[in-house]
Design a protein around this ligand. Structure first.
Ligand SMILES: [Zn+2]
Ligand SMILES: [Zn+2]
Length: 283
């Protein structure tokens, strides 16, 4: 947490425009960290034969909805996040007020909602019905269940490590990546799962969204004076992924670096490319 705070201060100095979101990010992380120590989830075990079969067939270990959630802890965290969100900006203040109202008059049952949180489409339905901002609602739900999801992921990986996966989707839960990373001296490339946060090794020239490996249709650009951040564009599917080079940055938090380089997403979108998994902090 100390390292994260230090990095947030550094970024704030360099890009004061991100100040408000950076402060929000820090508070959310602190709240998530706060419930981690006491978090207990139902044990998640897979049979050895099953794991081998999954790896061989290219299926992920489990599906998103198979993650056990600690609902009490998630409800508590949801409440804390509402309090934090209240003071960030007028839009969030208004959204928090609306959400609190729907909880009070029982139009939302948090227990059910958090369980649905795993299915993006369900959240959209609820948001439409209650006239809430779906991006913000989904963000709150995902952030509230995240400690449980990460605990589940760790359990699975303590007995299985999919080192030779090399696919565009997560070996643990099958979700798409939201970022790619370069690390170690030679710049090995990894993808980061947008749902469970697992990081897996991948070829350097590869579009995870359409499996394109052809050099001619894969290009990239950097932000001005920002060699640590790269946007990898694919001319086959017209989508992109942001790549963060952790070598100059040290082991920084990828989601934080992502949030603080939203200007690159704007550039990519101006060039006509789409991001399959948008940055949840800035949309
Ligand atoms: Zn995953
Ligand atoms: Zn592609």
């Amino acid at each position: 947490m100390e390292k994260l705070k230090e990095r947030i201060q550094q970024i704030k100095k360099k890009r004061p425009g991100y100040g408000e979101m950076l402060e929000f990010y820090q508070k959310v992380k602190e709240a998530q960290q706060g419930i981690k120590t006491s978090l207990k989830i139902r044990p998640l075990k897979l049979k050895k034969e099953w794991k081998e079969l999954l790896a061989k067939e290219g299926f992920s270990l489990i599906q998103k909805e198979d993650f056990p959630l600690n609902i009490e802890a998630s409800i508590k965290l949801f409440g804390t996040l509402l309090q934090i969100g209240k003071d960030v900006n007028p839009h969030m203040t208004e959204q928090v007020r609306k959400i609190e109202e729907t909880i009070e008059d029982k139009r939302i049952d948090l227990k059910i909602l958090l369980n649905k949180g795993i299915k993006e489409q369900k959240i959209e339905e609820v948001a439409d019905e209650l006239k809430l901002d779906k991006v913000f609602l989904s963000f709150l739900i995902q952030s509230s269940i995240k400690p449980s999801i990460e605990a589940g992921r760790e359990q699975l990986l303590s007995e299985f490590n999919p080192e030779t996966w090399l696919k565009g989707y997560c070996p643990v839960c099958g979700s798409l990546p939201h970022l790619s990373l370069l690390r170690e001296e030679v710049g090995k490339r990894y993808l980061v799962c947008s749902f469970c946060g697992y990081q897996w090794r991948i070829d350097r020239l590869f579009c995870p969204f359409c499996n394109n490996k052809e050099q001619e249709s894969l290009q990239y650009f950097y932000g001005e004076g920002e060699q640590a951040y790269r946007i990898d564009l694919c001319d086959k599917c017209h989508q992109y992924i942001k790549t963060i080079d952790l070598r100059p940055l040290g082991e920084s938090d990828p989601s934080l670096e992502d949030l603080a380089t939203f200007h690159l997403d704007i550039l990519a979108s101006q060039k006509g490319y789409q991001r399959p998994v948008p940055n949840p902090w800035t949309t």
